[in-house]
Ligand binder design. Structure first.
Ligand SMILES: Cc1cc2nc3c(=O)[nH]c(=O)nc-3n(C[C@H](O)[C@H](O)[C@H](O)COP(=O)(O)O)c2cc1C
Length: 265
């Protein structure tokens, strides 16, 4: 019994412990030569990303989506559990039907719905985060000419969440209800990988916690199991850059010196 098989009950098939050779070829010399390009391209894909709320009515090929998920599935996860269960990818008439129903619910009976988890604390948010949240609102609503106190205007804007900002593709991500915070972190890696892989193909995305509230509607239309928690939505498509420029502002980001505390350097 090897160190690997010792962890398994008697009768468990031997795991394949061979080292995949591509783990080494990732660092081959050809890759090193391209390194400078890779830095520039990767940093640019990350630094220029933004949450896109305006899309062109241009379809996204299923093959492109498969490629994106194929890249993102290599994301790390604790003990390689890969807890991105499951990814519902929706388009066409089904997406429109779900969108219509969520908009209707959000407009008329929002109190009848709730998400299966709290995205934000139920109580007060610690002051520095509350301040950043307020700043977000200023940058978000100013180009839309919606005042901070204009609750109707704000509601009108947030309703766009529920038809997935008219994006041609929407995703719903669920996580098994037997898993805990660590797995939710893992799914975050997966989501960011999707975002960057999408950008590399000229697509933009926006992550959305808002649709999680209408999980009962999503469950009516999608084969979501009872053991799945509806965690997040995401819209994806080719950006309408004219509208993006007109109605969106770059959200401010914290400086490196504010984020990192170098210790022992
Ligand atoms: C997990 C997650 C959930 C989010 N949910 C929503 C949402 O429901 N609706 C929305 O308009 N934006 C949502 N956002 C986008 C944030 O508002 C946005 O990331 C933030 O304001 C920073 O702006 P940026 O993404 O353009 O840099 C979400 C972002 C994340 C990471």
């Amino acid at each position: 019994m090897s160190v690997f098989t010792a962890a398994y009950p008697v009768g468990h098939p031997d795991p394949d412990v061979s080292v995949p050779d591509n783990i080494i070829t990732n660092h081959d010399s050809a890759c090193q030569e391209r390194h400078n390009d890779a830095v520039e391209i990767t940093d640019s894909l990350m630094k220029n990303r933004f949450s896109c709320r305006y899309y062109l009515p241009k379809p996204v090929e299923k093959k492109t989506i498969e490629e994106i998920i194929d890249a993102a599935r290599h994301s790390p996860s604790g003990n390689n559990m890969q807890p991105w269960d499951k990814v519902y990818c929706i388009t066409g008439a089904l997406k429109d039907a779900i969108g219509r129903e969520m908009v209707e619910a959000h407009t008329n009976t929002p109190d009848a719905y709730s998400a299966q988890y709290l995205y934000y604390p139920a109580g007060p948010i610690p002051p520095k985060y509350a301040k950043r949240r307020f700043e977000f609102g200023k940058h978000f609503y100013a180009p839309l000419h919606v005042d901070h106190g204009d609750l109707k205007g704000r509601a009108r804007v947030s309703t766009r969440n529920f038809n997935f900002f008219d994006a041609p593709v929407a995703f719903i991500f669920t996580i098994n209800n037997g898993l805990t915070q660590g797995s939710w972190l893992d799914v975050g890696y997966f989501l960011q990988s999707i975002t960057i892989a999408a950008r590399a193909r000229g697509l933009e995305t926006i992550s959305q916690e808002a649709p999680a509230k209408y999980q009962l509607i999503l469950r009516k239309h999608l084969p979501i199991g009872d053991d799945e928690v509806v965690a997040l939505g995401m819209s994806m498509g080719y950006p309408d850059l004219e509208k993006v420029a007109q109605f969106s502002a770059k959200q401010p980001k914290r400086e490196v010196s504010d984020i990192v505390e170098f210790c022992g350097f």
